[in-house]
Design a binder for this molecule. Structure first.
Ligand SMILES: [Zn+2]
Length: 96
């Protein structure tokens, strides 16, 4: 799922101000465990399934939990946005 599209870092301004509702469907949060370096990626829909949309992303820091080593607590995180390849649409296709 995450390897099929090109990804670019997403800049939404000050981290403190970013809310879950600011993320689009093609975005994801990547976080790295400071203890074991495990990388976890969470798609926007996964975050929406767990938290209300007005949640600030920094509020999630204290609830972070590494599934690999079991460490609880803040992890460094960043946001990424997918840029699906544009399909060339042939304008003649729908005519007749
Ligand atoms: Zn870990």
């Amino acid at each position: 799922m995450f390897s099929a599209m090109p990804w670019e870092p997403l800049i939404l301004g000050l981290k403190f101000n970013i809310r879950l509702s600011d993320l689009e469907a093609t975005d994801f949060m990547e976080r790295v465990c400071p203890q074991c370096r495990e990388v976890t990626r969470l798609a926007t829909w996964q975050l929406h399934a767990l938290f209300p949309s007005y949640t600030r992303l920094v509020e999630l820091e204290d609830r972070m939990h590494c599934r690999k080593c079991g460490r609880h607590g803040k992890q460094a995180w960043s946001l990424w946005r997918a840029h699906p390849p544009l399909r060339v649409v042939d304008p003649r296709r729908d005519r007749n």
